[in-house]
Design a binder for this molecule. Structure first.
Ligand code: PGA
Length: 256
């Protein structure tokens, strides 16, 4: 049984002060959450102040990106070593906005996945097709390339700490969610790829999220699918009440 994992990707929203206000309210609402991994991925400047507020809770922090080196002359970059020190346990890698606007490729995503694993962090590797790729029936080919290249050279011992997020690009921030059956189908396909890259046992352990316009009113049906182990939530994670409700729904589904 894979432990569900819900992550809030705040993108470039919330100042450190707003982030602290959020987490102070949010942690109260998470007091009775035992079965779900709850992760917040704020902008970098909010990590350290949030780290101080989540002491004693099970809430975990994630970076939204990381460089593959530990330090160096890389203006504007943040290293996995720094993210560990800032309280992170997870790092989102290869988000489609990084690929689209900041030139990330499967090759840079792979370097980053390996670097964050080397620092004991859990990567959340994002994959997903564009609308054009879906319409021209290239979804599986694109996903296979992203998964195979993104995970090149990962040792079997590290594989179980991987998380992958299937995020169809056309569903991100658009209000259009993939049909739950499509999400299930792609996640099952990813699991099959993982069983070839690693082995069946490891593929069964690796958690696969779905992301793209997940909200309180659709999260339950998405999580009900057997190969969807959690959600990567953008817009809907910015509101304390709304995001807490999504996690309660996940927890409820598990405890009934
Ligand atoms: P969204 O974003 O929930 O706002 O669609 C998801 C994501 O980009 O991870």
């Amino acid at each position: 049984m894979r432990r569900p994992i819900i992550a809030g990707n705040w993108k470039m929203y919330k100042t450190p002060q707003e982030a602290v206000e959020f987490v102070v309210q949010f942690k109260e609402k998470m007091a009775d959450i035992y079965e779900t991994d709850v992760i917040l991925a704020p902008p970098f400047p909010a990590l350290v102040p949030m780290k101080e507020k989540i002491v004693g809770t099970d809430i975990k922090l994630a970076g939204q990106n990381a460089h593959w080196e530990s330090e160096g002359a890389f203006t504007g970059e943040v290293s996995p070593l720094m993210l560990v020190d800032a309280g992170c346990r997870y790092v989102i890698i290869g988000h489609s906005e990084r690929r689209q606007f900041f030139g990330e490729t499967n090759i840079t995503a792979n370097k980053k996945v390996r670097a964050v694993l080397d620092h004991g962090l859990n990567p959340i590797l994002c994959v997903g097709e564009t609308l054009e790729e879906r319409e021209t029936k290239q979804t599986e080919a694109v996903i296979a390339e992203q998964v195979e290249q993104g995970l090149k050279g990962i040792e079997l011992e590290s594989a179980a700490s991987l998380v992958l997020a299937y995020e169809p690009v056309w569903a991100i921030g658009t209000g259009v969610t993939a049909k739950v059956d499509d999400a299930q189908q792609v996640n099952a396909f990813i699991r099959e790829l993982l069983s070839k890259i690693f082995n069946v046992d490891l593929a069964e352990k690796i958690r696969l999220q779905y992301g793209g316009s997940v909200k309180a009113d659709n999260i339950s049906e998405i999580l009900a699918k057997p190969d969807v182990d959690g959600a990567l939530v953008g817009g809907a994670s910015l509101d304390v009440e709304g995001f807490a409700e999504m996690i309660w729904k996940c927890e409820e589904a598990l405890t009934v």
